[in-house]
Write a new protein. Structure first.
Length: 308
């Protein structure tokens, strides 16, 4: 079983419009609402890839009830912990004309010390039956910047590989606990370290304690720096669509690779193929199966010898 942790769950709302023009009113042509948060998206992709996943995290209020119902309807096991505050909402606006996507993220509800303690108790129990744990997304108000470091340390105590997908201080503070993998994209690496050099940034994260680092480079694929070697994987062409859930799809494939013990080049190839296929799906947490199977045979993986 792979456990996904989403401390700042959400109800994701996606508006699709024919054209978005700043400073005007818009008529929305399509509206989609679904349980969201990065770890929930990872769990959906894992299930589609044939892996059992358990979703945990923090939810509250009527939006939190909606999250629980939708996960049950999707057939996903959930061990969510209730809190007093209402689960947040995120809004994604898709412009069909340009292909541009804008995302608006609420901060989330305040989490008390007692609620955090209750969550860690649930996390300890789930780690006893987990092969991998995925920790994804932002921290809600009330949680300190070392919250992910605490959870990575709990996983390390039980020899469970921890995959961490976050940014800024919560990422940097967790590195000393030794996550098995961290996966920033190029923009997140810049935000965290102030560098545009993906290789140099990844090496910095390795020296700070991560055991492997994968950096997403958008249409240029991904690089992986690991204790077993360094690789780059590149898709055969640019895939048009909504990139919102691509990183979560990549995390799912990489986590599955850790659980299965897949060699790194194949692990990275799978991540690029699934990530690109997720761009073809309208909602985060889904991927286009036909695109996935097509790209699996076309993604090129090679040793990373030069700066991308």
């Amino acid at each position: 079983m792979i456990t996904t942790i989403t401390l700042n769950t959400a109800v994701d709302v996606t508006y699709t419009m024919d054209r978005v023009t700043a400073g005007t009113s818009h008529r929305v042509t399509d509206v989609h609402r679904r349980a969201g948060g990065k770890g929930l998206n990872v769990a959906r992709v894992l299930m589609a890839l044939g892996h059992q996943a358990t979703v945990t995290g923090l939810v509250g209020g009527a939006p939190g009830d909606m999250v629980r119902r939708e996960l049950a309807d999707a057939g996903l096991r959930e061990e969510l912990v209730g809190i007093a505050g209402d689960t947040r909402q995120t809004v994604t606006v898709v412009d069909r004309a340009s292909g541009d996507t804008s995302v608006f993220l609420e901060p989330g509800p305040f989490v008390t010390t007692a609620e955090w303690t209750a969550f860690k108790d649930v996390c300890r129990r789930l780690l006893t039956e987990s092969r991998v744990v995925v920790l994804s997304g932002s921290l809600p108000p009330g949680l300190h910047e070392g919250a992910y470091a605490e959870l990575v340390a709990l996983a390390a105590e039980r020899d469970v590989p921890a995959v961490l997908d976050t940014v800024g201080a919560p990422l940097l503070k967790a590195l000393g606990a030794g996550p098995a993998l961290v996966k920033p994209n190029r923009d997140e690496l810049r935000e965290t370290l102030g560098t545009d050099d993906a290789v140099a940034g990844a090496r910095h994260l390795l020296r700070a304690g991560a055991r492997a680092v994968v950096v997403s480079l958008g249409a240029d694929g991904m690089i992986a720096l690991t204790t077993e070697g360094d690789w780059r994987a590149v898709p055969p062409r640019r895939i048009p669509g909504n990139p919102t859930g691509a990183g979560d799809a990549a995390i799912a494939a990489l986590s599955a690779g850790i659980a299965e013990g897949t060699p790194w080049p194949e692990r990275l190839r799978q991540a690029v193929a699934v990530s690109a296929a997720a761009v073809r799906a309208p909602l985060a947490g889904d991927f286009d199966s036909a695109t996935h199977h097509e790209l699996l045979g076309l993604v090129q993986t090679e040793p990373l010898l030069t700066r991308p």
